[in-house]
Design a protein around this ligand. Structure first.
Ligand code: PEP
Ligand code: MG
Length: 325
């Protein structure tokens, strides 16, 4: 099977009826980076920077961060990398940072919330990224943004750092795209403004679904209780896509559901054309794409959603459709 998928590496990911899908790869460590080539991924669509911080035994200095980002960028000179700023807190703990006792860590002080409250840390990370990407394109996105104001604050910090390194005479990135992860449900009702202010949106479906259903993604008692392939989740995902399209901003999905062929099929049928996933998912998802009739899938899902009468999951229907492809 692995060999079969490896053979797909250089084949374009295009559906039977000619719709091209952009497949990107999720990464977090330098050892992941060579998989971009092995899998034929178009770019690194999500680089989880916190993994480097979790492996270190003290908070990495600016220089260490700079060297790390530069190593990643140098390893893929021909493809874009979308770095995500630190997403710590909740399930991602830094052993050397004093742990804060929180009743509900998933709803607690984490990710961009820490970055905005401790702007020194965020600034240092942004500066390291901006310097590492001197002379090339750079994409940065912020995790766990809950409202447009938080995105604006993070963006202003990034632009100030850009200005500072320019004034200090350092090489700056050729282009800088700043995006927001869409993973906190409140954003669903502020998408138009968000899409205006951001250069791109990236859906973090792992967290978005956890918060939509109020069901801990790591608690086995409840994690499987609700399905991603349900009308509420699919409607939410469609809304995000539509807001991006209206503002002319690209939307990618980088949560785990994009890497599962059946879920990926549903996402394409909803209108998604760009997915970022773990390296091992790219082959199986591409195999699904090659056998998919997009027009049929789109019509099938639209009618399933329109005719749904409270079924908690569309999985079985979608599975039947997929096996007939
Ligand atoms: C997500 O929430 O879907 C996501 C991509 O980020 P993480 O899994 O790192 O929280
Ligand atoms: Mg997340």
């Amino acid at each position: 099977r692995q060999e079969q998928y490896a053979a797909l590496r250089d084949i374009a990911s295009v559906t039977k009826d000619g719709v091209e899908i952009a497949l990107h790869m999720n990464a977090g460590l330098t050892v992941d980076v060579p998989f971009v080539r092995d899998t034929g991924a178009r770019s690194i669509g999500l680089f989880r920077t916190e993994l480097q911080f979790m492996l270190a035994n003290r908070f990495p200095r600016m220089k260490d961060q700079y060297l790390f980002y530069k190593t990643v960028l140098d390893a893929v000179p021909d493809r874009p990398v979308t770095f995500r700023t630190l997403d710590i807190g909740s399930d991602k703990i830094l052993p050397y940072m004093a742990t804060i006792e929180e009743e509900n860590p998933a709803l607690g002080w984490r990710a961009i919330r820490i970055g905005l409250d401790r702007p020194g840390l965020l600034r240092m990370q942004l500066r390291a990224m901006l310097k590492a990407a001197g002379g090339r394109d750079l994409r940065i996105m912020f995790p766990m943004v809950a409202n447009v104001a938080e995105f604006d604050l993070a963006k202003a910090i990034a632009l100030r750092e850009l200005d500072l390194i320019r004034r200090h005479g350092h090489a700056t990135p050729t282009t800088l795209d700043l995006g927001a992860m869409v993973e906190v449900p409140a954003l669903l009702w502020e998408l138009d403004q968000l899409a205006e202010h951001a250069d791109f949106l990236s859906v973090g479906s792992n967290d978005l679904v956890q918060y939509l259903y109020a069901a801990d993604r790591d608690n086995t008692r409840v994690a499987k209780r609700y399905d991603n392939l349900s009308v509420p989740v699919l409607r939410a995902l469609k809304t995000i896509l539509e807001a991006g399209a209206k503002a002319g901003k690209p939307v990618t999905l980088c949560g785990e559901m994009g890497g599962r062929p059946l879920e990926a099929m549903a996402l394409l049928a909803l209108g998604y054309r760009s997915l970022s996933m773990s390296p091992s998912s790219i082959g199986p998802v591409k195999a699904m794409i090659l056998s998919l009739d997009m027009e049929q899938a789109t019509a099938f899902l639209a009618s399933l959603m329109a005719n749904n009468d409270g079924q908690p999951s569309l999985r079985e229907n979608l599975r039947q459709f997929a096996s007939a492809q």
